[in-house]
Design a protein around this ligand. Structure first.
Ligand SMILES: Cc1ncc(COP(=O)(O)O)c(C=O)c1O
Length: 484
């Protein structure tokens, strides 16, 4: 990756000057792993492995805080990878459930037979999912949930005798890294090293409004976006398009909340042209916007929901695709099977853990908490950002906010890739970490965005800590920007 690209959901690594060097601490061949094993054998994901400095080692966690090997306590302002929704204090309670399940049935697939843990979790997911989204296909990740949804859509039309295979996503949207999902996503930089892609990926505009004409109303903006989508459908031929796949609030590019009427408009276009609509709720599901699913918050009924992350608050490796009755119906015909599957999708221990996570979320009533506190989060951030010209936008909903920074100078000239990387890269993230807060900062698509996505148990003390870190670091960032 170049310096201006960033990983989809990871923070940049923060150097720890006092940690031992990777080379010197590498264990001898055949040696038992020891506490000094420093990660030099670990091939980290989306990471620049050639960096000389060792990276931080997180050893424990509690509440909304991560604690590293040096004893530093860091507020996790992005719920790790947008996933630890209940925070870090439920390991013991959940561990007991995992231990019980391990003792009873450590593994069984959900292929030709099933088991109580997957049955119970599927029933709970169906209960919480909107409308008649009642058919739950478990996977080991968000990307595999997306992969499953693409294949469900293609086989659905195959079973109906239609040759629809194309998938529409939006510019700068991230939906996973498997070659199928990757082929559909709107981030050219992630596809570049892996061409050729699977045919059928189409992209349309996303709902980022920064830079649109100042006098454009929200309704006009919505009409503009829906026209772009409809033109794309017509250009491609509606009867070739199987699926429209969108997040209710797009994460990559900075918490792009849909303008009024947009979500309903997309649903209407999908219906008009007989296309299935999938809502990728890998991040936005499970309370992130104060509802079990953000589709409900934006009053859209998708045909398929894809999800993972908060389903178990990342205490387990599990996701799912949830299909409506209409989508499932052809798969219920005698002799038909969805010719797709994997070993770990409905793993009993992962299922039991996810079910316990949902029970904890209900017990804590986290959806109500997020709705009650989202305005406090917004106003605390807004107050901290006041007066900094480098801040272009604060947007989001629930506990899912983005701060967009300037990518142009006052005279309108664009910052170079190097300047973007210098201002909005690892050095700035490290400054926030010096203030005790882990944010995520990226420049995907040339748009500098700081993500704010804390565990859903966060409250005013955590909001205040984030604000203090912003107030400490933004003057430095502003001065660096002004000096360009
Ligand atoms: C919207 C969306 N879809 C899919 C994925 C892929 O999920 P996973 O990393 O679990 O494969 C992500 C990951 O961040 C995501 O944000």
């Amino acid at each position: 990756m170049t310096a201006t690209q960033e990983s989809p959901t990871s923070t940049a690594e923060a150097p720890l000057a006092s940690a031992s060097s990777a080379a010197s601490a590498a264990p001898a061949a055949g040696a038992a792993p020891s506490a000094s094993a420093d990660g030099s054998h670990l091939w980290r994901h989306f990471a620049t492995m050639g960096d000389e400095k060792p990276v931080r080692v997180i050893e424990s966690a509690e509440g909304c805080y991560l604690i590293d090997s040096e004893g530093n306590r860091l507020l996790d302002a992005i719920a790790n990878l947008f996933c630890v929704n209940i925070g870090y204090s439920y390991g013991e309670e959940i561990g007991l459930v995992a231990a019980e399940q391990y003792a009873k049935l450590p593994y069984h697939s959900a292929w030709s037979s099933t088991h109580p843990a997957a049955n119970a979790l599927a029933a709970k997911v169906a209960e919480l999912a909107p409308g008649d989204l009642d058919h739950v296909f478990f996977t080991p990740s968000g990307g595999e949930s997306v992969e499953a949804a693409i294949k469900i859509a293609r086989q659905y039309f195959h079973l109906k005798g239609e040759n629809r295979f194309k998938v529409i996503t939006r510019y700068n949207a991230y939906h996973g890294t498997s070659l199928g999902a990757l082929s559909m996503i709107g981030i050219p930089a992630y596809r570049a090293s892996f061409e050729p892609m699977t045919p059928g990926g189409l992209r349309v505009r996303n709902t980022r409004r920064v830079g649109r004409p100042e006098n454009e109303t929200e309704e006009e903006f919505t009409a503009f976006l829906l026209d772009d989508l409809e033109q794309r459908i017509l250009q491609e031929g509606p009867d070739t398009i199987a699926l429209i796949l969108m997040e209710p609030v797009q994460n990559h590019g900075g918490m792009l909340v849909p303008p009024k009427g947009y979500s309903a408009g997309v649903r209407a276009l999908a219906d008009r042209y007989g296309i299935l609509l999938a809502s990728d709720e890998t991040i936005t599901g499970w309370g992130r916007t104060g509802e079990w699913f953000a589709s409900s918050r934006f009053e859209t009924q998708p045909d398929i929901i894809t999800t993972a992350k908060g389903l178990s608050s990342a205490y387990a490796v599990i996701g799912c695709a949830i299909a409506s009755e209409k989508v499932f119906a052809p798969f219920r015909e005698a002799g038909v099977s969805f010719t797709h599957g994997n070993t770990f999708g409905a793993h009993p221990v992962q299922s039991a853990v996810a079910l316990k996570n949902l029970e904890i979320m209900e017990r804590l009533d986290l959806n109500s908490h997020v709705k009650a506190k989202e305005e406090d989060l917004r106003s605390t951030l807004a107050a901290a950002l006041e007066g900094f010209g480098i801040v272009r936008d604060l947007r989001g909903t629930g506990f899912f906010y983005a701060i967009e920074f300037a990518n142009t100078k006052a005279d309108g000239t664009s910052l170079t890739g190097e300047q973007l990387a210098k201002l909005y890269g690892k050095e700035t993230l490290a400054k926030f970490e010096d203030e005790g807060v882990i944010f995520r900062l990226g420049t995907g698509g040339g748009i500098p965005v700081l993500s704010v996505c804390p565990p859903l148990v966060a409250d005013q003390p955590e909001f205040d800590h984030m604000a203090a870190a912003l107030r400490a670091v933004l003057p430095v960032l502003q001065a660096e920007f002004d000096a360009l």
